[in-house]
Design a protein around this ligand. Sequence first.
Ligand code: PAF
Length: 283
Amino acid sequence: MNSVSTIVELRLQIAGWRAAGDRIAFVPTMGNLHEGHLKLVDAAKEQADRVVVSIFVNPMQFGANEDLDAYPKTPEQDSALLEERGADLLFLPAVADIYPPSKSEVTVVEVPEISDILCGASRPGHFRGVTTVVAKLFNMVQPDVALFGEKDLQQLIAIRRMTTDLNFPIEIIGVPIVRESDGLAMSSRNGYLNESERSVAPRLYQIISKIREKLQSGVSDHLLLEEEAAAKLHAAGFRCDYITIRRLSDLGEPDEGESQLAILVAAWLGTTRLIDNIVINLD
Ligand code: PAF
């Protein structure tokens, strides 16, 4: 696997593949790779001849009080894992390549509505940072297909909408959540949990799984299900940000009888904010 850090080198390598008629898949990441990321690479290999992975811890998507400086950085380990998994190119840009220093503010890409609800309400500006960097990376890599984890469901939906609205000729593929054996969704942030928090963390998935079970058995009072679940989270030691049943297409409030739903949760364990979701089709 080749590694490049400048946009010029990246474009040169990709131009060669394009000239040979190769189809290109892209997996953007912030590094500290785990099996969830590597499954994106596996899925990318099924979609294309060449797989490009980027590692860039994007400052624009972190709020002032968030974990940008503490965000785990493991470039050597990441590179070895990607090599093992058969990625073709690793793009490791510097902050100055993505956001060249300038006195004026940079151009941003902001997807309306979806960026302001749920995680967007708790983390103002987060999705603006995500869609801005992903748009920039799309323009640099110009892939045929890009893959994102369904764990960040709101991010995936915002990126799909951006891709459609801005006419990027890129197919967006969501890859199912990868879970630990006890059900906890894999995340770089799981590494922040201490031993006792780690033992409680799987309750998150158990609690949303219970909502799924009740929806599937015909319970239709969403408010009641959400309130019961929030109480369970509280009892387990979480500080709940939201636990909610939404319409899958845009994460808006579902109309009565809506069958394509997502159950989404964000909750704090100590200083760590965890998210999870389950997609459900009631048809
Ligand atoms: O999901 C992530 O790791 C990031 O939000 C992404 C898509 C790489 C953009 O920085």
